[in-house]
Unconditional design. Structure first.
Length: 137
């Protein structure tokens, strides 16, 4: 099949962008049929760099890992610091065929809220905490 008929898949991830669990899911998706991937990483809320230097570092690691895992074309983009806005803006502009959201497990989010009362501390929980939870929504 030609690239024009490939399914356009949006991946929304940040700390989980290059984790084995997500790479396995994307490998499975690529086996289902031709697709292209766009990895959308929301800019870190505490990143003072307007280009999202921290999110760019995530892309530098994750895009080649996804490309290697899937054998498919992968593009990386940095989105708004508010994940909801980042996804809404991308979907409105690009109209992907599918969306895969990779998140830290719920218990990790609960721990962030308990630690700082806001749930916004990006350093409170590491991807290694994915343990027994799938982390995939």
């Amino acid at each position: 099949m030609e690239a024009a008929s490939a399914t356009r898949v949006l991946i929304v991830a940040n700390r989980t962008a290059a984790t084995p669990l997500l790479l396995d899911k994307l490998r499975e998706r690529a086996r289902e049929g031709p697709c292209t991937f766009t990895l959308l990483v929301p800019r870190f809320a505490d990143d003072v760099n307007p280009e999202g230097a921290q999110a760019q570092m995530t892309l530098e690691v994750a895009v080649p890992a996804i490309r290697e895992a899937t054998g498919s074309p992968v593009v990386g983009v940095v989105g708004d610091a508010d994940p909801f806005s980042a996804v809404r803006d991308f979907v409105n502009l690009e109209r992907p065929d599918e969306v895969i959201v990779s998140m830290l497990p719920e218990r990790c989010g609960e721990e962030r809220v308990r630690r700082n009362g806001r749930g916004r501390d990006p350093h409170s929980c590491a991807p290694a905490d994915m343990g027994g939870s799938s982390g995939m929504k």
